[in-house]
Write a new protein. Structure first.
Length: 291
């Protein structure tokens, strides 16, 4: 009898997963708590031929839906709870049903203070929603390999609230708008052609702590991490505009528009962006990006 054919028993320490946790990471936490290898757990859950399972294993391409009921018995959690907490489970079921599975590896290390409240002392790697940038409870920036303390900058906390509202309101345009807004803000920072914005960003950079806990062996290094934190409020402000379908439709090229109509459209975009960002002018600076 193969391990995945044998009856499953409840683990001595059936730790629950963290919301969005990488599947391999969860198996390794169970391994550490129960003195059994992650590979042995994997063989118990599904026909698994490899001797080892990595901490970052999350695609589960060769796994079958039998993993869910067996993991439910092993952990004492309901299938519904596991399906909600572990994205890999939902992908296995979707792939089995013939649905198209888009795998996005947007990962982060969960706030260590939140984990300590749950009795977890080691880092936890999980999938990050597009609108999660900081832990509001503890004021910790989690989007990167350094967890900077930013709770003393209220504009960052406010921007994170707005970011979540934008994500709920415009889910269909959020991904494209995020790339566009990040590109615009990053270009202003590097080109140094928006002095009013640069002044704000310099003030925020000066208030960031120089060093914080680093998870460089878990999350890739972002060379612009501090700059991204400093520009985050303006990024969210711009995101609220470029994610709005009404503004996206206004900026879409129209073959029938004459030059005068085109100029009025561009001026309207500039005016709205200037008002939202509270700067005297952006004209002549972003035209190459919004045309």
């Amino acid at each position: 009898m193969e391990p995945w054919e044998a009856p499953v028993r409840l683990l001595p320490l059936p730790l629950p997963p963290v919301h969005g946790e990488v599947f391999g990471w969860y198996l390794h936490r169970l391994e550490a708590a129960n003195q059994v290898t992650a590979g042995q757990l994997a063989k118990t859950l599904t026909p698994f031929k490899n001797a080892q399972v990595g901490q970052r294993t999350d695609t589960l391409w060769r796994w079958t839906p039998m993993v869910l009921p067996r993991l439910a018995i092993m952990t004492g959690l309901t299938p519904e709870t596991l399906r909600m907490l572990l994205p890999a489970i939902a992908r296995v079921e979707a792939r089995t049903a013939g649905d198209v599975v888009r795998y996005r590896r947007r990962l982060y290390v969960a706030c260590s203070h939140c984990m300590h409240r749950r009795g977890i002392t080691r880092p936890v790697l999980a999938h990050r929603p597009a609108d999660l940038q900081l832990c509001r409870r503890h004021g910790i920036w989690v989007d990167g390999n350094r967890h900077y303390r930013v709770g003393h900058l209220p504009e960052l906390v406010t921007a994170e609230h707005r970011h979540r509202r934008i994500a709920r309101r415009f889910p269909d345009t959020l991904e494209a708008a995020t790339k566009e807004a990040q590109h615009l803000v990053r270009s202003w920072l590097l080109n140094k052609n928006q002095p009013h914005l640069l002044s704000r960003w310099s003030d925020r950079l000066a208030q960031l702590p120089p060093k914080e806990a680093i998870y460089g062996n878990i999350i890739r290094r972002r060379v612009d991490e501090r700059e991204y934190i400093a520009t985050y409020p303006e990024f969210v402000t711009l995101l609220g505009m470029v994610a709005d379908p009404a503004w996206r439709a206004l900026r879409a090229p129209r073959r029938w528009a004459n030059l005068s109509q085109h100029r009025r459209t561009i001026n309207a975009v500039y005016t709205e962006a200037e008002q939202r960002l509270n700067v005297p002018t952006l004209r002549g600076k972003i035209q190459s990006h919004v045309n």
